[in-house]
Design a protein around this ligand. Structure first.
Ligand code: BGC
Length: 754
């Protein structure tokens, strides 16, 4: 019997089954056809084969590809991660197709987070571009490269709202804001998946880590999260909903304990919200062993209970651990679960395989990789992405851009020529030999004679001053100094949280030593998070924040420093002055005693034996005040922009209405510039207290010198909706509205909803 010829009795059974069990029947006839095929397969599967589909393996679990093939043959493997190379994947796939009983293709997953071989900026940097279309383009490129190497599925985008720079994984996120993260989530899903998931250039995306992982206590990775339902629904869930709306194929349940229930056993988030409220019919994969880790969390006594709780919550596929394989038969025998649950989960998995076209085109064209990987076009995209991610934080006396006529420039610092580190965290496949560093790019641009290079410090963590003398010498003989400081890629990312956000090692001392030369200094920071750089600001002229810019970071920086391009990034996170202010984010709630300068006395000005009083005091730190170093949305340009004539098409709107908001934006300088126009609102009074400001729209625009343009953004009543503890509502009342170039500054007006 060939694998698709099925006895009549089975077909009848299957048809009966398909009417009763699976979701998705209401879609197009293609969808219905898929559901029929899925159900046909399920009807033929043994429990071992079903559990095989529900299991994802890392190759190290098998020891060799031969062992993997044996398990695939036996129908024990539905998915593998961390296998790359079209030939290798095709061989494993061939075993699945030709030698397993039902010929079900395996699906190969991989962390393709910000590029595959052509690496684009870390997601936090990409978010700083405020350019979702560019992010889509970058993810589409990553998908094409990854697909050419046999990868079907990326574990991205990571869309955890992240408000704590101590948390290493903030680097992988889109930052602190729900609206920006939602826009980026949609863009990234569309980039990876394209219009047609069965196109050989696209791969399935995975919305992760569902949900709340970014709120880890104290920024310590894997830590407890406690997020009340209204905060969860208003701030943490929307990016995931945006991913569902964009058609994301898969979700990943996180590691974190959310309100006492680990995310991978959480019925409320996985079943009630994801499946019932949002109607998600793709698949949910656990994070790496996160089902088994429910034992360590103290939520399950053993692997059987962990498996049961993950099944009950709705995790379809188990990554790496074996709670399902080891226990489902027992759970069925004990009557704790019903086979219909298993069938439903297998259907969710097969549905993704069908959407990817794996049943019809299981193999990867082995000639593709060579044509696509690191192509000139891809390098251009990577350069554009890097360039748009840079945020200019300071530019005293317009020291930037430098002129190419300059006689010589000193290039100093541990990250000036660090090809591995400029790729950033979560890079498995990018290679340092393909990275172009600032030192190389500047040398190519200006010629070696004009560059005086001295590393100064071996790494960002080096504490000795051995290299200072050379650095000072290089600075002295140059007209300007470029300092490339920050942190290596390994200092952010998973399990790499930090308690101290200052520049590490002897970087500040080196900066001070170089500053004594009196030369103009441009500080370029590469880092996976916002660092606390207050004390360095007055010692340098310009600060360009470059995150981890990826393969083409060097040329992108050289071009910006010398004025071939202009900075246009804006901060996707608030920069604290000191780590003690964390968490610090712009969309916070007000207090009954909001902070202002009238109520704040610096710790240095408090008289000796001052009497205890709280009156007149507000919510602030005595030693750090209440303001950030740089606000969310902030970023300078080589020109200046003037905002005027804020106009609202109406000052009232109904609960299903909208308002057109416009502003005149003028490029008031003599250089071309790119600005991100941002629209914020405040709901003054709510049935639940509302944040002091919330981003609700933005537009990135280019203006020629002297040009004025009217920029319009539509604000829909729906944008004002929030969850008040019982329902999603749009409440009548008065609102503030601001339009400007950062969360801290903007033209103001007001409107009301009735
Ligand atoms: C991470 C995930 C990742 C997975 C597979 C886990 O440790 O939390 O983000 O996708 O490993 O590599």
């Amino acid at each position: 019997m060939n694998k698709y010829s099925i006895p009549l009795a089975l077909i009848i059974l299957t048809l009966l089954f398909s009417c009763s069990s699976n979701t998705g029947e209401t879609g197009s006839s293609a969808d219905q056809n898929t559901e029929v095929r899925i159900n046909k397969l399920i009807a033929q599967m043994t429990l071992q084969e079903k559990l095989g589909q529900m299991s994802q393996f890392d190759p190290m679990q098998f020891g060799s590809d031969e062992n993997a093939k044996q398990a695939i043959k036996e129908g024990k493997v539905g998915s593998m991660l961390n296998i790359i190379g079209a030939k290798r994947v095709n061989e494993l796939q061939k075993t699945a197709i030709d030698e397993s009983r039902l010929g079900i293709p395996i699906i190969i997953g991989r962390d393709v987070i910000h590029g595959y071989r052509t690496i684009t900026p870390i997601p936090l940097g990409m978010a700083a571009s405020w350019n979702p279309a560019l992010s889509s383009k970058a993810m589409a490129m990553a998908a094409e490269e990854a697909a050419s190497e046999g990868i079907h599925w990326t574990f991205a985008p990571m869309i955890d709202v992240s408000r704590d720079p101590r948390w290493g994984r903030i680097a992988e996120s889109c930052g602190e804001d729900t609206h920006l993260a939602s826009a980026m989530a949609k863009a990234m899903v569309l980039g990876f998946q394209g219009e047609d998931l069965s196109d050989p250039k696209t791969i399935a995306a995975c919305a992760k880590h569902y949900v709340g992982y970014g709120a880890a206590e104290g920024g310590r990775d894997y830590n407890t999260t406690y997020i009340p339902e209204n905060l969860l629904r208003n701030d943490y869930l929307p990016p995931f909903k945006a991913a569902v709306d964009a058609g994301v194929a898969t979700f990943m349940s996180g590691f974190n304990d959310l309100n006492g229930v680990p995310a991978s056993g959480n019925e409320f988030t996985l079943k009630t919200v994801l499946r019932e409220e949002w109607g998600f019919d793709g698949m949910v994969v656990s994070d790496w062993a996160s089902i088994a880790e429910m034992i360590a969390h103290g939520y399950a006594a053993d692997s059987k209970e962990a498996g049961f709780k993950a099944l009950r919550a709705g995790v379809d596929m188990e990554m790496v651990s074996d709670c399902y394989v080891a226990n489902v038969q027992i759970l069925l025998d004990e009557g704790k679960i019903d086979m219909s649950i298993i069938d439903k989960y297998v259907a969710n998995i097969l549905r993704v395989k069908f959407r990817l076209g794996l049943f019809d085109h299981p193999y990867t064209d082995e000639t593709l990789a060579e044509k696509t990987i690191l192509s000139e076009e891809h390098k251009q995209i990577a350069k554009e992405a890097a360039s748009e991610s840079f945020v200019l934080l300071q530019n005293k006396n317009n020291v930037l851009p430098l002129s190419k006529e300059i006689n010589s420039v000193a290039v100093i610092g541990p990250l000036a020529d660090a090809p591995h580190d400029q790729m950033g965290t979560w890079v498995f496949d990018g290679k340092k030999e393909n990275t172009v560093t600032p030192l190389t790019a500047l040398t190519n641009m200006l010629g070696a004679k004009k560059i005086n290079f001295a590393k100064g410090l071996e790494t960002s963590r080096t504490k000795t001053s051995e290299g200072f003398a050379d650095a000072i010498k290089a600075a002295k003989k140059s007209d300007a100094v470029l300092l490339f400081f920050g942190e290596e890629s390994i200092l952010s990312g998973e399990a790499h949280s930090l308690a101290d956000l200052n520049l590490r090692g002897a970087q500040t001392q080196l900066l001070e030593a170089v500053a004594k030369t009196g030369k103009p200094i441009v500080l370029v920071i590469m880092a996976g998070r916002q660092l606390t750089i207050e004390k360095e600001l007055d010692k340098v002229d310009a600060v360009l924040y470059a995150w981890a810019p990826g393969t083409m970071g060097g040329p992108a920086l050289a071009e910006m420093i010398f004025g071939e391009t202009v900075p246009s990034g804006k901060l996707p996170v608030t920069f604290p002055k000191t780590v003690g202010q964390v968490p610090l984010y712009y969309a916070h709630k007000n207090t009954g005693r909001p902070a202002d300068y009238n109520s704040w006395t610096s710790i240095d000005d408090i008289p000796v034996e001052a009497g205890q009083t709280s009156l007149g005091n507000t919510s602030h730190y005595l030693d750090a005040g209440f303001e950030p170093l740089f606000p969310f949305g902030f970023g300078l340009s080589y020109t200046t922009f003037e905002y005027s004539d804020l106009e609202l098409s109406s000052n009232t709107m109904g609960t299903d209405g909208s308002i057109d908001v416009s502003v005149n934006l003028k490029n008031a300088g003599d250089r071309a510039g790119i600005e991100v126009v941002q629209l914020y609102i405040r709901d003054r009074v709510g049935s639940l207290t509302r944040p002091v400001k919330q981003l609700k729209g933005f537009k990135k625009v280019s203006l020629t010198p002297g040009e004025t343009r009217k920029i319009s953004i539509t604000l829909n009543a729906k944008d004002l909706e929030f969850y008040n503890g019982k329902d999603y509502i749009i409440e009548a009342g008065d609102f503030d509205i601001w339009v400007g170039g950062s969360s801290a500054k903007g033209l103001h007006d007001e409107f009301s909803v009735n």
